[in-house]
Each structure stands twice: as structure tokens, then as C-alpha cells.
Design a protein around this ligand. Sequence first.
Ligand SMILES: [Fe+2]
Length: 210
Amino acid sequence: MWSILEKLDNQMKRTARYGHRFRSTKALTIALHERDEHTRHHCDRVVMLAEALGRALGISKFDMDELRLCARFHDVGKIGIPDAILLKESRFDDQEWEFMKTHSEKGERIIKATTLPGADKIAKVIRHHHENYDGSGYPDGLRAEAIPFLSQIVALVDAYDAMRSVRPYRQARSKDEVMSILDSESGWKFAPAIFEKFPAIVEKLSPRYS
Ligand SMILES: [Fe+2]
């Protein structure tokens, strides 16, 4: 009897937490959509891929919930990037690129300012979603296991989707081309143990997306 009550209590707490998360994130999702439709759609696909990769890596239900939010809002800092850079139809110059790179820290600040349960952890994952496995990424040059695990998952699926998408300055790359690039980056940009689960996920994607 006690365990049933305890279960019910936990379930109610979880429902309340998710309800709060939904309300807190709804405004951010709308803000992201208003800012730039491409970023919003990119984030939708990153959530779908991150869930599949997280499942293949056997992460816990709790981490999965965090992962969905990290994936959805990994680029929320782009709200603070001016149109002249965000919507530029040619490649960035060095100064523009340096400014674009600040979106991960801007995203961290935006999420930290919310009342989202677990905001600090989600903000940290967002800060580090462009770190590389060998320490050559940004903003802090973290290496290997020092990079939050969820950031490493988001980094890989983000790179896949970014290369598969059409951008104003280039065509979308084919699935095979992207997988071959990612394979060559496994070990320096991405953790090999995470990348090795990814080809099977891409194989299972619907032909419309993959
Ligand atoms: Fe990003």
C-alpha cells in the first residue's frame, strides 16, 4: 500500500515538473520560432535524432528528459545574434564567425535565467555543445570526458543535421557524404563510443529525412 502511495506521489511530482517545464519552455519555443524559422526546424530534427542516439546509448529516463530540452534549446542563444550575421547569405568573415560562436554562451545565460527545473545543468550542456573531443572546440576547449555527456550527443546530431540542411551559401550534402565526414571526425571532434552508435540510427531514418 505504502509503495503504491509513494509511486502515485512520485508520479504527481513528475507530472507537475513536466507541466512546469512545458510552460517554461513554450515561451522559449515561440521565441525561437519568431527569431528564425530555419533554427526552429533544425532544433526539431536535432531533438528527434538526439532522442534516438540517447536511447541507443542507454541513457536514463531522467537524462532523456534533460536531453530533449538541451537538444531543443541548444541554439537558443542565436536569439542574440544580429540578422546581418544569422541570415547572411555568404560565408562568415573571421569577426562574424567569432560573434556567431558566442551563441553557446548566450544560450547558457538565457536558460539560466529561466525557472526551468534543472536549468543550471541544461545551461551547462548548452554552453558546451560546440566543444570538440580533442579540446579544439569552443567556448572552453574542454577535452574528452570533461565535456558533458549530453553536450557530446547534441554536438554529433547537430553536425549531422547542419550538413544535411540547405543553407543560403551551400547545398545540402547527401547522407553518405555527411556520414563519411562524421566518420573522419570521430576521434578528434566526436567521441568514438558515441559515434559508433550513430550509423544504425541514420539507416533507420525515414527516406524523407535521412
Ligand atoms: Fe550551435
